[in-house]
Design a protein around this ligand. Structure first.
Ligand SMILES: C[C@H](N)C(=O)N[C@@H](Cc1c[nH]cn1)C(=O)O
Ligand SMILES: [Zn+2]
Ligand SMILES: [Zn+2]
Length: 531
């Protein structure tokens, strides 16, 4: 293996617990959700656009929301400053920029009045030896009478080059109408700035934040969150002692209109197949037909991993997937989304499934295998007649309950090796795990979800859909297990934001109303009875 797997804290999240609790919801109706809210928003098969009649004392957000509106230009400037630092964690050349971004973030926190701001160093990255960017930690308040919330986000981004097809410079935040374009706008600099914006608005108003905050911002999320597991373990009884809830804003609504609160993510196991042949690239006229070509071997191996309809061809994986129960299946009926919405998100009509339930299940509760690219192959424009000497094929598998990552590695690596043997090639092939992160599924009925739902309703005027996320946030399960606390995902951006893609964007309303939602969540959390 190229790198050690993240620690084995995960494992079995009992999905039945969730579904049993959902069944309980239906049986007990309003009593499940909250004693304050008379309508069961999570009720399976019902449209939750119905307005809930809340009898809770809703905090008066008028001043806070007005202040956030007033600060819009400053907040956009903050996001522009963040986007301008190309903190791409994937390659060595950019690593100093990731570190710079961490330092910038720490400085912003200090300027706003956060205390105990530190850059927790993680040492060298195990398999590359490159220095890992620090984890930025800080505090806001240490009142023992208040609840304490850990806010996690990441300040690294995916790579981006203008020539990939961006219409604007990826590291210059560009506003066109009500849309902010730039790498990291939605993933995850916008949401991280959202938390800073909340601090600024409270500070300027002289308004108390009713919970203590602990910040934990990492710079390696897009590259496997290396080092963070160890830090959380090490600091669980020190810096991270006494955390009552964790909130992460690092995913997206399903579509463009309806807000969501998220209670699950898929895991990801990322692999690399290396095929080594000649000592150097060769002239295909001179050597084509008489040498085993690494690209040909790799293309064959790629074709044996997944079908064009998305079916994973590696035996044994399907059998690891938790069976779909009737109760879980029914949850999908309540979601406000459709195939045209999904087509809008991707900008084409190329969805494999023909109904939204199957498509969402494919995204949330079944594994998928994606081919990402080939290092070492000719890719520029033109027609170079080369036989690449060594190629590295990259692919990943999104994991779901109950796929054990170590078991998955065994199945994948043995299968690739066996397939390679059938070729009779004299090249040398290896398949290795690059990084892995666990899946996570939570029970969306607890106090932190109630607070998130109320905040969403207060800002957006509708009850959120409860969703799972097809992407991965590798550290989520570690927070839950190591800090023995519940985690909620409260996203800011829309489903068409183009995270990881060209022309990534964040809509101004999502940035501003999203900041309000994060702020309101903290107020509702302080009022909510912890269960
Ligand atoms: C959902 C989150 N914003 C995200 O984009 N996560 C990444 C994490 C990752 C793991 N390996 C590389 N990146 C993702 O889901 O791809
Ligand atoms: Zn992210
Ligand atoms: Zn991402």
């Amino acid at each position: 293996m190229l790198c050690k797997r993240s620690s084995q804290w995960h494992r079995y999240i009992d999905l039945n617990k969730i579904f049993i609790s959902n069944a309980t919801i239906r049986r007990h109706g309003a009593t499940w959700w909250s004693r304050d809210i008379q309508i069961n928003r999570f009720q399976i098969g019902h449209h939750h656009r119905q307005v809930s009649s809340s009898t809770s004392t809703m905090p008066n957000f008028e001043a806070l929301f007005k202040k956030i509106d007033e600060l819009k230009p400053a907040f956009i400037k903050r996001l522009a400053d963040a986007v301008a630092i190309p903190s791409v964690s994937a390659d060595e050349a950019h690593r100093p920029q990731v570190v710079k971004m961490g330092e910038w973030l720490a400085e912003e926190l200090k300027q706003l009045g956060a205390t105990d701001v530190e850059l927790k160093e993680l040492g060298p990255q195990p398999h590359t030896g490159w220095p890992l960017p620090p984890i930025v930690v800080g505090r806001w308040g240490t009142d023992p009478a208040k609840k304490t919330v850990l806010l996690y986000g990441h300040y690294d981004v995916q790579p981006a080059l203008k020539e990939d097809g961006w219409s604007t410079e990826p590291f210059e935040l560009t506003q066109k109408g009500e849309i902010l374009y730039g790498r990291g706008a939605t993933d995850d600099k916008g949401p991280v700035m959202g938390w800073l914006n909340v601090l600024q608005a409270h500070k300027e108003l002289g308004l108390e934040i009713p919970v203590n905050l602990v910040f934990c911002f990492e710079g390696m999320e897009e590259s496997g969150s290396e080092g963070l597991d160890g830090l959380i373990e090490q600091e669980a009884d020190k810096y991270f002692k006494g955390i009552d809830a964790v909130c992460i804003s690092d995913n997206y609504w399903l579509g463009t209109k309806h807000p969501v609160v998220t209670y699950g993510v898929r895991g990801v196991s990322y692999y690399e197949i290396t095929v080594k042949g000649p000592a150097a690239d060769l002239h295909s006229g001179l050597f084509g037909g008489l040498v085993h070509e690494p690209m040909v071997d790799l293309s064959y191996l790629f074709s044996k991993l997944v079908t064009p309809k998305g079916e994973i061809l590696i035996p044994g994986i399907k059998e690891l997937v938790a069976p779909l129960t009737k109760e879980e299946d029914a949850l999908y009926d309540a979601i406000h989304f459709d195939i045209p919405g999904l087509e809008d998100n991707i900008g084409s009509k190329t969805i494999i499934q023909d109904n939204i339930k199957d498509a969402l299940q494919a995204r949330w509760r079944y594994p998928s295998l994606s081919l990402h690219g080939v290092e070492g192959a000719f890719y520029e424009k033109g027609a170079k007649t080369v036989i690449p000497a060594t190629v590295k094929g990259k692919f990943s598998i999104r994991t779901v309950p109950n796929i054990e990552p170590a078991k998955l590695d065994e199945l994948v690596i043995k299968y690739v090796e066996d397939q390679f043997k059938t070729l009779g090639s004299k090249n040398v092939a290896t398949c290795e795990l690059v990084h892995a992160g666990d899946y996570w599924v939570s029970d969306p009925s607890n106090w932190s979800y109630r607070a998130a739902a109320k905040a969403t309703k207060a800002v957006w005027g509708v009850d959120p859909d409860f969703t799972r996320e097809g992407g991965s946030i590798p550290i989520t399960l570690s927070f839950q297990n190591l800090l023995k606390t519940s985690v909620v995902l409260l996203p800011m951006g829309r489903g068409d934001d183009g995270a990881h893609s060209t022309n990534e964007k964040l809509d101004v309303p999502n940035y501003i109303e999203g900041t309000k939602t994060l702020g309101a969540y903290l107020h509702y959390l302080s009022e909510e009875t912890q269960d």
